[in-house]
Design a protein around this ligand. Structure first.
Ligand code: ADP
Ligand code: ZN
Length: 542
């Protein structure tokens, strides 16, 4: 099929302005759609090249006298970088954000109105600013508003983890300027978030472009959390240090306190580690981020506050010492590894306490019930990924709506590289559930995981004596199952929704999915061992 005139022009811009020979993946299709004046919603993983999807149309539309492209972005650092890079290749671009003084703002506004700019980057809160709206109105009246690009569009969704209030106002663009095409872009979107973006940004007529979310160079691995620091250190030494040289990597922790403690501990181990979280002084945060980007072989220990918009190509590993909130978060965070396409590791330590903790955070949050229900569903999907005994990549891709087929094995995740030995834990699972049932029914009581395991294993403690649990019919019925195995059984049952964790005292109750397990209709299969030290080094195999 011959190329359309639009695509031909886009390709010559790509080559002449940016110096790239050809479009990647869906870029060409997206760009053609947008140059043609249609709306589009683009879902592409980090590093796939979303920026060109609006930069090329911006240049083409400006050349055709159709006006300026306004890019809405929440990331000030990214605006600076992109404007700098565009100016370097001779494209007139500018940004308007809170870092500018009055004079600079005035100058940019003048250039904008004079039609001198091809791209204008603006923070989302700008859109509701009356002064900015007057500028847009003026351009609009003269048909000089060429395109709106909404970057990080998932920020409009309250279900996601990056929700920004200001994004809700972006529907205004469509309401005020219905004929200006819009392009919304994001690297993260499950079904819920996607539906939310369409609704809130009024993108019902937009064509949806979804690239494969696969990052084949990232090796996914989940280990059972026992002594997480020692486990992490071993991972670091085995795979990310060679001859005293340390790879760059990111270690995510669940709290600010843990970030501080972990960074300090790593420093004591002789590893160059820096902390990053929203509680640190702004200057220190900026300095640490800067060092991480510029210097080699630093380990950034951070909360999820670190990462969005950070483009460091040679991050060799992303480690999670705590469970993220959901698969979107996990995928986005791990996606910061290996952006250069070279082998990289996504390593996570995960244990029963993580599950309990995340449940509890949802239960205790002041959000309304519907919100919590969705958050629980998302957590369940992540637990299923963490507990899975089959290909992790398949789970991830399926979650994002990509069908891999039942036979798919990526050969670059722990489960594919060394398929875990499985044991049938259906009987122990039923024992655990009936023991919880006895607590509830016979005693009207609830207990946490530790006590439940003691009762199942027939281990007398002050607490079992105090409650006379030796008299329960389930006392000691699970002696043959080790404590570690019991924890795995309970994690799996929580992941299945057969056990629920009550928020305040973290006690266990039977959940919706308990029945089929109790009736023996649902089998429970678990991995033997913890899944550690079994996968050979990335360097050697990738
Ligand atoms: P994203 O926003 O999707 O994370 P970027 O737009 O930052 O990705 O692009 C990632 C990198 O890929 C950039 O360095 C960009 O210049 C490069 N890139 C994008 N598209 C192409 C292409 N068609 N050919 C070559 N390099 C490209
Ligand atoms: Zn796999």
């Amino acid at each position: 099929m011959p190329l359309s005139a639009d695509l031909q022009e886009a390709q010559s811009v790509l080559q002449q302005v940016f110096g790239y020979p050809s479009f990647r993946g869906l870029q060409g299709e997206v760009i053609e759609q947008v140059i043609g004046g249609q709306d589009a919603l683009v879902l592409m993983p980090t590093g796939a090249g979303k920026s060109l999807c609006y930069q090329v149309p911006a240049i083409v539309r400006q050349r055709r006298g159709q006006g300026v492209t306004v890019v809405v972005s929440p990331l000030i650092a990214l605006m600076h970088d992109q404007v700098g890079a565009l100016e370097e290749v001779g494209v007139r671009a500018a940004f308007l954000n809170s870092t500018l003084d009055f004079e600079a703002t005035k100058r940019i506004e003048r250039e904008l109105l004079a039609g001198e700019l091809t791209l204008l980057y603006a923070a989302p809160e700008r859109i509701t600013n009356p002064r900015f709206q007057a500028l847009l109105d003026s351009l609009h009246e003269r048909d000089k508003l060429g395109l709106f690009a909404i970057d990080e569009a998932h920020c409009v969704s309250q279900w996601g983890h990056d929700f920004r209030e200001d994004y809700l106002q972006l529907s205004l663009l469509h309401e005020r300027y219905p004929h200006v095409p819009r392009l919304a872009l994001t690297a993260t979107a499950d079904q819920h978030t996607r539906a939310d973006m369409v609704e809130r940004l009024q993108l019902q007529d937009a064509q949806l472009f979804i690239s494969s979310f696969d990052r084949p160079n990232i090796r996914y691995r989940v280990v059972e959390k026992k002594d997480p620091r020692a486990q992490f250190l071993r991972f670091l030494y085995d795979e990310h240090r060679e001859g005293g040289a340390q790879d760059a990597g990111i270690v995510y922790c669940g709290s600010r306190k843990k970030v501080d403690e972990t960074a300090e501990w790593l420093q004591q181990q002789g590893i160059q580690a820096l902390p990053y979280h929203a509680g640190l002084d702004q200057g220190l945060r900026a300095k640490n981020q800067d060092r991480f980007l510029r210097e080699e072989g630093l380990v950034m220990v951070a909360t999820i506050a670190f990462g969005m918009g950070i483009d460091k190509p040679d991050v060799r590993f992303v480690a999670h010492l705590d469970l993220p909130k959901n698969i979107e978060g996990y995928y986005q965070e791990t996606g910061r590894a290996g952006r250069d396409g070279e082998a990289a590791n996504a390593w996570m330590a995960y244990g029963l306490a993580d599950v309990v903790q995340q449940r509890r955070m949802i239960d205790e949050s002041p959000a309304h019930e519907e919100f919590k229900r969705i958050q629980r569903g998302k957590l369940d999907a992540l637990l299923a990924l963490a507990e899975s005994t089959d290909c992790r990549r398949a789970r991830l891709l399926n979650y994002f709506g990509e069908d891999t087929g039942p036979q798919y094995r990526c050969q670059n995740c722990d489960n594919c590289l060394l398929p875990p030995a499985l044991w049938d834990a259906t009987e122990p699972a039923r024992m655990a559930l009936s023991c919880i049932y006895r607590f509830q029914k016979e005693r009207g009581q609830r207990f946490g995981a530790g006590h439940l395991i003691d009762v199942l294993r027939g281990k007398a403690t002050d607490k079992t004596r105090q409650h006379r649990h030796q008299e329960l019919s389930t006392w000691g019925i699970g002696k043959m199952v080790s404590e570690t195995q019991w924890r795995a059984v309970l994690r799996q049952l929580i992941a299945l929704g057969a056990i629920e964790v009550e928020a305040e005292y973290q006690t266990l109750t039977l959940g919706e999915a308990a029945k089929p397990v109790l009736r023996g209709e649902q089998t429970v299969r678990l991995r033997e061992g913890s899944g550690e030290g079994r996968v050979s080094k990335t360097r050697k195999t990738a």
